[in-house]
Ligand binder design. Sequence first.
Ligand code: PEP
Ligand code: MN
Length: 334
Amino acid sequence: MIVVLKNGVGQEKRDQLIDWLKEQGLKVHISQGEYQTVLGLVGDTTRVDMDLIGSLGIVDSVKRVSEPFKCCNRKFHPEDTVVQVGNVKIGGGNFCLMAGPCSVESEEQIVAVAKAVKASGADMLRGGAFKPRTSPYDFAGLKARGLEFLKIARQETGLPIVTEIMSIVDLPLFEDVDVLQVGARNMQNFDLLRELGKTSKPILLKRGLANTLKELLMSAEYIMASGNEQVILCERGIRTFDDYTRNTLDLAAVPMLHELTHLPVIVDPSHATGINRLVSPMALAAAACGADGLIIEVHNDPIHALCDGAQSLRPEQFDGLAKKIRAVREVALA
Ligand code: PEP
Ligand code: MN
């Protein structure tokens, strides 16, 4: 349920109403916009008397929110959420370019790629240390050592780091990581989502291989309902009947999600296509349709990459793409 307050309502009256709503056993999310205050009510609202609230002098309107996702719902929080990571902002008109290899392979590799993508204008460094792999015989990441190499790369470049967490037992290792990624395969690992909701780290939540947008939003809701509102959504392609590309990039998800939620939405054209030459056109399309950022795989030696070489851009390709992204953003914003 949402309660929209009239313009210019004083703090005291507002707080009295909020306290009363909390006494009814509800959680109250306050969204203080420039012109409007919206109270989002979570919990069992069936016994709340809407007419009574609506009749209060300070209340403009009361509406039930029919969608099952509440905290991430645009109706609860009309303004865009801006997630801040150090000096980097994502959402609300702030575009974030994340880049780096699929997996951290060595200190030299991650530092070299970090320096290259930074020089091209990347805002954040990606790199997997814990890798979910389809085959148990494939390289599964350098684990704790990989996280250490990422931190060295951050120190060398100043770029914040984003990396995947697969299991909550590893959480202590991620204390000094800037953004925690939940991969597509873990999008509905509800225990993991709940635990990440108890942290104060920004979470990059990737859409599952065969999940609807509603399911993606319900997963964001798990994190937010546990107390962490810093969630970035990522469209990374879904499974369809076509197999020329690794996945099918659902770009309509970007404007659709922007309607449904206030959370930032970024796009991963690397996993969405699986093919080097398709990454740039899809990255540009994502920038044109309003994505709040991109996460792109870049490797200094893709042929010898231990994971996802076929979809990785070489640093000079990324450099060319970054320039075009800036140009597209200017046109898209005009
Ligand atoms: C990744 O970003 O390295 C990754 C494994 O992505 P996804 O979970 O989208 O497959
Ligand atoms: Mn990858």
